[in-house]
Design a protein around this ligand. Structure first.
Ligand code: MN
Length: 131
């Protein structure tokens, strides 16, 4: 079931375009931000069904952003997938322990990525759709 709104928080333009294109081809709607600060604001405003969060960002990092999202009633239940450079946060368990709902390393594998998106949306079915 596509059509869900997905927020992409990613400072690298090429990565952002790749994620956007993959998701839109599958029928998802996307919104984007280049910083965590803007991403948190957009999440509150737009109530996406899912957030893809880069970890290394200018200013606030993705882990801090997740804590901010979880601290706010309007965004605390939105699932968040960490999308990280493998050299940096290379342990899925580490990221899940931080509270992320899913995990993908960059460069992403198209099939794994889309499967993770589907899986997390399914687990959190309906979240964000009511607003
Ligand atoms: Mn980055």
């Amino acid at each position: 079931m596509a059509g869900e709104l997905i927020l992409i928080v990613e400072d690298n333009e090429k990565n952002r375009k790749l994620l956007r294109d993959l998701l839109q081809v599958k029928g998802y709607k996307t919104i984007e931000s280049e910083t965590a600060e803007e991403g948190v604001r957009l999440a509150q405003e737009s109530q996406p069904a899912l957030i893809l969060m880069d970890i290394q960002l200018p200013g606030m990092d993705g882990i801090t952003a997740l804590k901010g999202l979880r601290a706010e009633p309007k965004t605390r239940d939105i699932p968040v997938i960490a999308v990280t450079a493998s050299a940096m946060t290379n342990k899925r368990e580490t990221m899940l322990a931080e509270g992320f709902d899913g995990y993908q390393t960059k460069p992403i594998s198209v099939n794994d990525f889309l499967e993770e998106v589907r899986r997390v949306l399914e687990v959190h079915g309906g979240v964000g759709a009511a607003s």
